[in-house]
Design a protein around this ligand. Structure first.
Ligand code: SF4
Length: 314
């Protein structure tokens, strides 16, 4: 019989050995430790932000608005001013970097803490700095309109914003939703006590997003309106300029997100519907410790998003 000391040292030796192995397997990635990457991105972001603001000021000086008199009220627009070429491509570059980081964190690191930092970065960059535009969700409408109206031209970087998260979904699953989409991140950040939604209700409400996608595509194809942008519940937060009813809708959704995990993603997001369809064919996806799973079902109960199903549920 082995003494407690021997048992402890055996355990320590084993964990030391395991730690060593884990350490070795993580070694090739040590150079790219995620918090450091995010810090570097943030440090680079500040001068770029200043440069882009200076550029915007220059454009405003070259094309000042005409003087309509003191009583004229300028109409509110949903469109942001066009981005200078290299800045638009910088956004696309940041999107690729963020998608790659999300894939690496989800599949290799399996770290919720690192995903949290990436989400925070995405809210700051794609949300508050880029004011939620261009976003892949709204780009559905630009792409649709361009397909039906030959006179409507979609810039290449808008196509990139639409296609890149879909391409990553085919390769790695829905990594865009995990930590890159600012809309999903906002819902995660405000969630405090998620309740379990009954499976039937969850699946029934989940069909709404296909309806929403169909309606948005139909209205864009007819050139009537960009429905998704018009009723986007989060863009008002990012721009501080929503109309009254949109504010009511936004606040209601944020309050709901405190008690239901990601309601917009699960029941309304049209781009999430597309990503969901494509990710069924993904080459790689997040798995639940397949070599250690004892089918206890605890994760199914604990998942705030109803995203984990037992094997017999498909
Ligand atoms: S489902 Fe839609 S809103 Fe939610 S994270 Fe994915 S793309 Fe963003």
């Amino acid at each position: 019989m082995r003494s407690g000391h021997e048992m402890r040292s055996g355990h320590e030796m084993r964990s030391g050995h395991e730690n060593h192995e884990r350490h070795e397997s993580a070694a090739p990635f040590r150079l790219f430790h995620v918090p450091h990457v995010l810090l570097v991105l943030f440090v680079l972001w500040v001068p770029l932000l200043l440069a882009s603001n200076a550029q915007a000021a220059k454009i405003e000086q070259r094309f000042p608005p005409p003087d309509f008199g003191p009583d004229y009220v300028f109409p509110e627009s949903q469109q942001l001013p066009a981005r200078v070429g290299w800045l638009a491509w910088m956004d696309a570059g940041v999107l690729v970097a963020a998608l790659s980081a999300a894939a690496w964190i989800a599949l290799r690191r399996r770290s919720r803490r690192e995903m949290f930092w990436l989400s925070l970065f995405s809210v700051l960059y794609f949300g508050f700095y880029r004011k939620g535009c261009v976003c892949p969700i709204g780009a559905i409408q630009n792409i649709t309109l361009a397909l039906f109206d030959p006179t409507y031209v979609v810039p290449l970087f808008v196509i990139a914003f639409f296609a890149l998260p879909l391409a990553f979904a085919v390769a790695f699953g829905r990594v865009f939703c995990s930590g890159v989409c600012p809309l999903g991140a906002v819902q995660d950040l405000v969630m405090i006590r998620p309740l379990k939604v009954p499976r039937g209700l969850d699946e029934g409400l989940g069909l709404l997003r296909y309806f929403y996608l169909g309606l948005a595509v139909l209205l864009a194809a007819m050139g009537t309106r960009f429905f998704i942008c018009q009723y986007d519940p989060f863009v008002g937060f990012f721009r501080f300029n929503a109309r009254f009813w949109i504010w009511v809708w936004s606040v209601a959704l944020v309050l709901l997100s405190m008690f239901v995990g990601r309601p917009y993603c699960r029941y309304l997001c049209p781009y999430g519907a597309l990503l969901g369809m494509l990710s069924r064919f993904s080459f790689r996806r997040v798995t639940i410790t397949p070599d250690k799973c004892v089918v206890c079902g605890l994760c199914t109960d604990a998942c705030a998003f109803g995203a984990i199903r037992e094997k017999d549920e498909g």
